[in-house]
Design a protein around this ligand. Structure first.
Ligand code: GLY
Length: 311
């Protein structure tokens, strides 16, 4: 019997100091929720879904209820899930009012022949399965969006230079504080899941890495599991989650994550974080952003958590 393990993150990026404690408390709750499920002998898929739901329901995170807003002030949430035993996986994208996008991704994975569905029609699939709807435009996010739009007009810009050119030749976009979870269950099966509102002020219709297998997440019992956070465009171009899993053929989870992030820094610059979990149940964390908020739980080490990058 394998030692059950779960590791979750609440997003890479720039975590303001006054949000460190609440972010850490959120990832600890999510890891504990997933670990309870593993301890009950249930599957890695059930554990990662439950852990991500916990974070989607917590408005501190940019996923589900806390989703950031696009350029027009609307939510377009993405999520993905993958089963390392069967290599089945699916993503959902551009969701406006599904309370838990991760559960819809699981429905697409288990009930359809597809690996990626987007928009209003996939929301109808969620309705058919009784998934709850929610208003995902929280007042706090609307306030942040208004401020970001004001800063856009002022022109203090770091990201998405071509979008910025498109949008009045100036603007400001933030990193996406995606949430993610990786688990190994008692049978040694691996799973990965992630969910996000995407990057704030993204252009309407933009889909990030989170619903894309290989980019935002990947799980293969023969390799390992990985999930990415940060600028989705980088994760997609460098297919970082599959790259980290391939590295785990010969490296531990930590070495694989660190090597993948070094590769990203060299080829694409800063803006990415990776969690990894190898076949032995060892986990790894690497990032080239300012912060990354994570928690893990195992029998040996108990519950541990960290806001990496904070002093
Ligand atoms: N990693 C989240 C996004 O770029 O959408």
């Amino acid at each position: 019997m394998a030692n059950p393990t779960i590791i979750v993150h609440g997003g890479a990026g720039n975590w303001p100091k006054n949000k460190h404690a609440i972010g850490l408390s959120g990832v600890r709750k999510a890891a504990t929720r997933g670990f309870q499920i593993l301890q009950q002998g249930r599957s890695a898929i059930q554990a990662v879904e439950a852990a991500v739901i916990e974070m989607e329901d917590n408005p501190i995170f940019n996923a589900g209820k806390g989703s950031t807003l696009n350029f027009e002030g609307n939510v377009e949430a993405d999520a993905g899930i993958m089963d390392g035993k069967t290599l089945r996986g699916a993503g959902v994208a551009l969701l406006h009012q599904v309370k838990n996008p991760i559960s819809l991704a699981r429905i697409v994975m288990e009930k359809t022949d597809h690996a990626l569905l987007a928009g209003k029609t996939v929301e109808r699939l969620g309705e058919a399965y009784g998934l709850p709807k929610a208003n995902l435009r929280l007042p706090e996010r609307i306030r942040q969006w208004k401020q970001a739009r004001r800063e856009l007009e002022n022109g203090s810009i770091k990201y998405f230079s071509r979008n910025l050119k498109l949008v009045h030749d100036k603007g400001r976009l933030f990193l996406g504080d995606t949430v993610g979870a990786l688990a190994m269950d008692q049978r040694g099966n691996l799973a990965a899941a992630d969910s996000t509102g995407g990057v704030s002020l993204k252009l309407p219709g933009r889909i990030g890495d989170s619903p894309i297998l290989g980019a935002g997440l990947y799980a293969d019992n023969k390799l390992g599991a990985a999930t990415a956070t940060g600028v989705g465009e980088i994760a997609m171009r460098l297919v970082v989650s599959k790259a980290a899993c391939d590295e785990m053929q010969s490296l531990t989870a930590q070495r694989a994550a660190s090597k993948t992030v070094r590769h990203v820094t060299r080829l694409a610059g800063r803006g990415l974080g990776i969690l990894s979990l190898d076949r032995e149940g060892r986990y790894g964390i690497a990032h080239n952003t300012l912060h990354l908020c994570w928690a893990a739980e195992t029998k040996d080490k108990g519950l541990v958590s960290q806001m990496v990058g904070s002093r």
